[in-house]
Write a protein that binds this ligand. Structure first.
Ligand code: R5P
Length: 293
């Protein structure tokens, strides 16, 4: 059965052929229950089928990250333009007003820090009761395919999916990258498909070459992370290409809160995700907002 070359020789991705949906706007989610559909509809706008998430969960492994030194100052001004806030329960409870009416992607894996050489040994850091208490719209679990902690993190994923299915809370499987993992199309094809087949409802991964193969071969929606800060024009280009090539959303962090003008950046990303702007138009929007007095 084991055949490492399977995804090297695979070629029938049906790129450009839309997946048939019965009556629900989120890919692969026709057959989940009402509550889960309702949560997915908070995440993915029913009009566009897409989502703009704002990731600020970096502190769970990186501590006080540039741009997030004061969560209470940096995040609230950005909430209005995000569909989903992706954070830890500690950050959310301490710095975000519960009256805000956005979806929550709750970071539910934990157990590592940037001080560790091998960060792949995570655990489930939030139990289902607290995820419900936090009114999570989805629970995010990091998965380290190919690393020494692979089995442990796949176990975190499947256990959380079982609990999520019991209570109608989707799971966002996050493909980790690190020293032991490649950043190749082949790797992301493997990791995203494994996470989807194990039952995750949404997958977060990175944009890469031949990205259309990844979105085509993944039966559930893919959102992209941004990675390290790049110039604004480049981040907007990546977001645009990802959406054009089948991503259902963007979940950037550092490229928003480390931008010269984070508020302008999230508005520019939103224009790509929901309003059909191309990178040039989005960059013009960025500069026009940045230059406002
Ligand atoms: C990664 O594990 C975290 O989920 C981050 O939220 C994710 O990497 C997105 O942030 P960034 O766009 O800064 O990479």
């Amino acid at each position: 059965m084991a055949d490492r070359d399977g995804n090297i020789i695979a070629k029938n991705y049906g790129i450009g052929i839309p997946v048939e949906k019965e009556n629900f706007h989120v890919k692969g989610m026709d057959h989940v229950d009402w509550g889960m559909k309702n949560r997915l509809s908070k995440i993915f706008n029913p009009n566009t089928g897409r989502t703009l998430m704002l990731a600020f969960d970096h502190g769970y492994i990186m501590g006080s990250t540039a741009g997030l030194e004061r969560l209470d100052l940096s995040i609230p001004p950005l909430i209005e333009d995000a569909d989903v806030l992706m954070g830890t329960r500690g950050a959310l409870r301490s710095t975000i007003m519960p009256k805000m009416n956005k979806a929550i992607a709750l970071r539910c894996s934990a157990g590592s820090s940037v001080l560790k050489e091998d960060m792949s040994h995570e655990i489930i850091g939030v139990n289902i009761e607290d995820a419900i208490r936090m009114n999570a719209s989805c629970m995010a679990i990091q998965v380290f395919v190919g690393a020494s902690g692979e089995c442990q993190t796949l176990n975190n994923l499947t256990k959380t999916i079982d609990e999520g299915n019991r209570y109608g809370i989707p799971v966002l499987g996050v493909t980790a990258v690190g020293k032991e993992m490649e950043r190749t199309t082949r790797y992301f094809l493997l990791a995203t498909r494994i996470i989807a087949e194990l039952g995750a409802h949404i997958i977060k991964t990175y944009y890469c070459e031949d990205f259309e193969k990844i979105t085509s071969a993944c039966p559930v929606p893919i959102v992209i992370a941004g990675g390290k800060k790049v110039v604004e024009a480049k981040a907007l280009e990546i977001a645009y290409r990802a959406i054009q090539e089948g991503a259902a959303g963007v979940d950037m962090g550092r490229n928003v809160f480390q931008a010269e003008n984070p508020k302008a950046m999230i508005k520019a990303l939103r224009s790509i995700v929901h309003n059909g702007f191309n990178p040039k138009e989005a960059l013009e929007l960025y500069h026009s907002i940045k230059n406002e007095k």
